[in-house]
Design a protein around this ligand. Structure first.
Ligand SMILES: Cc1ncc(COP(=O)(O)O)c(C=O)c1O
Length: 339
């Protein structure tokens, strides 16, 4: 095991030993290549640089108490990258190749999987971009697929920490029939102005509303939104948000715990009715929302008056991380052990 200060790792990039790469040329993917370089040699006219032909994924490998490395629902990430590739007309990465790359890169960097109990994980970043040279606006003929890993500390060192969110109406992250449902870099570029403004104002992140009517909740920065009221877990249905794998899993866990679930539009006007709200995604699992501020109406919605996460949020969080670390049986069949 690498000699790192596992208990104090930042949520940032740390160099590891290897990454894996495959290239789409002449209509097919090459077999995986192992690289020890953190850099790529890229054509100045690559479509990924100019026309945003780029997509990525983010998932984690967890070290269990038993010393086994676990992946959580990696096939869902593979399918989502496939769909993102089709969304911006790139050569999709076959699910098998995605899996082979994942297992290979984890095994090659096994010493960087943080120990059980440190709260840290090995973050895995699959990346796909148009590497063929084009000057006209059209899809490239060549693509590059890379998977690299980096050990990351927990998003919040305190574990599960209530945060404040700011509603934005000045910036749209994605349009209803645009690319919001795909994990492509352009959506993140579009979201940055709002995120930076919210952070400057002391907020953890921003809540985007639907771009058409500015009436319904879309997403919380790079995470899905959920609210809980009357024993029901409610999460937005929208054609411009990313289908979060964490959220898909929380919906199932919520049902398993006896909550009703609803996936439907959530109007801003409904916010006062929720007993608990949260943002969910791979990075922080769940960030309970303490307060949502709407600068246009001057309204503030308070959820954690005692500064603590609500009871359902806590239970959902605990069950999900216990499954991810192998601390409770994998009754949903979500875990793959990396041998
Ligand atoms: C825009 C956006 N929404 C939601 C999520 C959460 O998705 P997941 O739970 O699959 O990490 C992410 C992170 O991947 C994201 O970038």
């Amino acid at each position: 095991m690498e000699n790192l200060d596992w208990n104090n790792l930042p949520f940032g990039y740390i160099k590891t030993d290897f990454n894996v790469r495959s290239y789409y040329r002449n209509g097919k993917w090459t077999s995986l290549e192992v690289s020890d370089s953190e850099f790529i040699n890229i054509h100045i006219a690559a479509s990924g640089l100019h026309y945003g032909q780029e997509a990525f994924e983010g998932l984690k490998a967890y070290m269990g108490k038993d010393g086994k490395v676990r992946l959580f629902r990696w096939e869902e990430n593979a399918k989502r990258l496939f769909s993102s590739a089709e969304g911006v007309v790139m050569a999709p990465v076959p699910v098998d190749l995605f899996g082979e790359a994942l297992f290979k890169v984890i095994k090659l960097n096994k010493k960087y999987v943080p120990p059980y109990g440190s709260g840290a994980t090995l973050y895995i970043r699959p990346l796909l971009y148009g590497s063929g040279a084009e000057v006209g606006v059209k899809p490239a003929l060549e693509y590059t697929f890379i998977v690299f890993v980096t050990p990351v500390g927990p998003y919040f060192r305190e574990g599960i920490k209530p945060v404040n969110m700011l509603i934005t109406r000045d910036v749209d992250r994605a349009a209803p029939k645009g690319t919001g449902i795909f994990k492509v870099g352009g959506n993140y570029a579009a979201s940055l102005r709002a995120i930076v403004a919210a952070k400057c104002g002391g907020y953890a992140n921003v809540i985007f509303l639907d771009a058409k009517e500015k009436k319904y909740i879309d997403e919380c920065g790079p995470a899905n939104f959920f609210g809980i009221k009357n024993n029901t877990y409610v999460t937005p249905k929208s054609e411009s948000i990313l289908n979060s794998i964490t959220n898909m899993s929380l919906l199932e866990i919520a049902r398993d715990m006896g909550l009703k679930t609803e996936r439907r539009q959530i109007a801003v006007d409904e916010l006062p009715e929720f007993e608990e709200t949260g943002a969910c995604g791979t990075a922080a699992v769940i960030s309970p929302i303490a307060k949502i501020v709407d600068p246009e109406t001057n309204k503030t919605y308070d959820y954690c008056k005692d500064g603590k996460p609500g009871p359902w949020t806590r239970k959902l969080y605990d069950r999900l991380i216990n499954i991810q670390y192998g601390d409770e049986p994998d009754k949903f069949g979500w875990i793959t052990i990396v041998d």
